[in-house]
Ligand binder design. Sequence first.
Ligand code: PLP
Length: 374
Amino acid sequence: MTKFVYADNAATTKLDIDAFEAMKPFLLQEYGNASQPYSFSRSSKKAIKEARTIIAKCINAEPDEIYFTSGGTESNNWVLNSIAGCNRDCKIITDNIEHHAILETCHSLEAQGYNIQYISANKIGKIDIEIFEASISDNVKLASIMLANNEIGTIQDIQKLCEIAHKNGILFHTDAVQAIGHIPVDVKKLGIDFLSASAHKFNGPKGIGFLYIKKGIEIRPFMNGGAQENGLRAGTENVASIMAMAIALKKNVENIIPNMQHIKNLEYELIRRLALSEIDFIRNGDMEHHIPGNINLSFKGQDGEVLLHRLDLKGIMVSTGAACDTQNTQISHVLKAIGIPNDYAEGTIRISLSKDNTMADIVYIIDELIKILN
Ligand code: PLP
């Protein structure tokens, strides 16, 4: 039987078993609508409150600063569209390596006449602080810079960028979908106004996430039609998924240091073995500050899609670029933006490890990869 090694954790993660167990009562027994006043709905209401408190504690926020959404895409759309909607002639600053949930929302705003400024990331995917500061002009109301890049794992200096934004009266949003549950995140320390997160990236269920909105910041509702989420995001709450998201995040945050260490050890071994093979490759991203386990490799003269399918035949799941890009055979916008030469960029795969991967997985991945490349 073919072995199975899942190494595409930046695309999605396995649902944590305790998170799954936490869902069951709210699907089978305690299914009351949390908005109903009768006693049967009390446990749903209590669960939402408890989940909000758990999640807030994990990122050092207050419970009433957490708004449940359907995930990262929704949270990103909410912030950008709402701030633009409140300020007809405003400008927004972002960068050229953001996830499409930011970039396409910005393109849609541009089509409506808004002015969006895209800062170029440098060759390791970093946003230069001075370039960010120099890009600030009149009427900029919002800056949106991701905490960690989904393709190459580069982590930005959000605290510093946010400080500069605030000094200039600009609100600051960060897409932290790839960071939450994987590296420590403290919203108060970062100073940010908005943060997007998605449960399926940290062993929670798909289709649920949250938006952190700093107390006192005004934002328009994402959806109208009910009083849920303080009247800002209408719709009957997905209690089971909300509870599971909280349990998954709490578990990841409680074990974050040992998990990071374990993943870094695996990553080190993978790169060490690959380097010994004398195969011509580039590792993309910031080697000093990146999400543990996000390993983006470009192999000269190869085809990333062919590599993906040949690894798949061996039971190894990796990605060529962003997961959302798999229909698209073009070189990813991130690799283009950081200037990876075409003959390397075309042969790119992203291996993204998790706490569940083992050293045996690494040995298997590398052995098979080297055989394919040779
Ligand atoms: N932002 C980043 C950085 C991501 O990696 C992703 C998913 O790949 C998203 C946003 C979208 O999140 P979701 O799948 O929850 O809509």
